[in-house]
Design a protein around this ligand. Structure first.
Ligand SMILES: [Zn+2]
Length: 123
């Protein structure tokens, strides 16, 4: 097995996944959704780097505003696990707080200005 693959899980352990991504540059975001969930997120990676190992049918999906980004969370424990990005729907990010053995708060994770780009007038 590739040792660079990170293992992740939601809080209750229903949803587990593997992802092949560097940890940095990590990011937080001040958009209306991210400022509520407060997650430190991985850099974007292509969809095929993410593999859901369990709990796929317990994942719920949330969309808002432009409805391009798809935000996934565990319907049992409510934890955000990963999302498909709006800037490029081929790119995903994971919640680094879900990754085994990673202290997400020790990473340098500047706050991206998602608030300025998250509202599309007339959308
Ligand atoms: Zn869960």
């Amino acid at each position: 097995m590739n040792p660079t693959i990170l293992k992740g899980a939601c809080h209750c352990g229903t949803v587990t996944f593997e992802v092949d991504t560097p940890l940095e540059p990590a990011v937080r975001c001040n958009c209306s959704l991210c400022r509520r969930r407060g997650a430190v997120m991985s850099p974007p990676f292509p969809a095929d780097k993410l593999r859901i190992l369990s709990g796929e049918n317990e994942l719920a999906m949330y969309e808002f505003n432009t409805r391009v980004a798809k935000h996934f969370f565990c319907r049992r424990c409510g934890i955000y696990t990963f999302h498909q990005t709006r800037a490029n729907p081929d790119q995903w990010r994971v919640n680094l707080g879900c990754i085994e053995g990673v202290d997400a708060y020790s990473l340098d994770a500047p706050v991206a200005d998602g608030a300025s780009s998250s509202v599309v007038t007339g959308a």
